[in-house]
Design a protein around this ligand. Structure first.
Ligand code: ADP
Ligand code: ADP
Length: 226
């Protein structure tokens, strides 16, 4: 069954048609990649799915229409985005950023359970709970961004270029954790510019080019040269 279905989704910024009608789907438990060069519309697509930009078309979550222009409702359904640039709050502590991820939750025991789970996935955050997010390394900030998203217990997690600006070793660590989460059943959309990064994770990828889906591919069939 499909956890997410996108039908004829388009978006524009003034006269710029950033997204032409796009169709895609994610099966329950699948990790798919969205690949494409800078400016292809990848961020716009993620923001459009969340309802963060004005769109035409439909987004369905487990068969139900996801209200447009209502990102809080998308989040409440279990669609959570780790935006490009991470979206964490630099002056706040790591602990406070994690708390924000679960702001809808009032059950303290459930909060503690999620908190512990996130820290076990990202042990590096554990020693830094009282530090400000801004004082973390880039890799740790990305881990915090993913950790904060996980505090909301998403059903499907969208990640917009989580590798951006990070060293290869940290990228690998983060991608491994995403693979682990996916094996535990989490559906994931992973946006990246470079196919080699998603080769071992995604069985299916959509190639985005000038705002439209140019192809659907198996990334493992791509020969990697870099
Ligand atoms: P990427 O291409 O990796 O998504 P960009 O540098 O294009 O990164 O975009 C960074 C931010 O700037 C995004 O929030 C995007 O929405 C915004 N942005 C990109 N292009 C424009 C533009 N032409 N005018 C205004 N904002 C833009
Ligand atoms: P990608 O994430 O693949 O780099 P984007 O979704 O950031 O692509 O951008 C797609 C197109 O929309 C680009 O031409 C970009 O310049 C334009 N764009 C993105 N954000 C804005 C914005 N806020 N205002 C105007 N144009 C934008």
């Amino acid at each position: 069954t499909r956890i997410l279905e996108v039908e004829g989704l388009s978006a524009r910024y003034g006269h710029v048609e950033a997204l032409r009608p796009v169709d895609l789907h994610v099966e329950d438990g699948e990790l798919i990649a969205i690949l494409g060069p800078n400016g292809a519309g990848k961020s716009t697509l993620m923001n459009a799915i969340m309802g963060l930009v004005p769109t035409e078309g439909r987004v369905r979550f487990r068969g139900r229409d996801v209200p447009r222009r209502a990102p809080a409702e998308a989040a409440a359904l279990g669609i959570v985005l780790v935006p490009e640039g991470r979206g964490i709050f630099a002056p706040m502590t790591v602990a406070e950023n994690l708390e924000l991820g679960a702001y809808l939750l009032s059950d303290k025991r459930e909060f503690a359970r999620r908190h512990e789970r996130v820290l076990s996935m990202f042990p590096r955050l554990k020693e830094r709970l009282t530090q400000t997010a801004g004082s973390l390394s880039g890799g740790e900030q990305q881990m915090l961004a993913v950790g904060r998203a996980l505090m909301a217990e998403p059903k499907i997690l969208l990640l917009d270029e989580p590798s951006l600006g990070l060293a290869p070793r940290v990228i690998e660590e983060i991608l491994q954790t995403l693979g682990e989460l996916n094996r535990q059943g989490l559906s994931i959309i992973l946006v990246e510019q470079k196919a080699p990064l998603v080769l071992t994770l995604a069985r299916r990828a959509y190639l985005l080019s000038v705002g439209t889906i140019a192809a659907e591919i198996d990334p493992r069939t791509i020969k990697s040269h870099d």
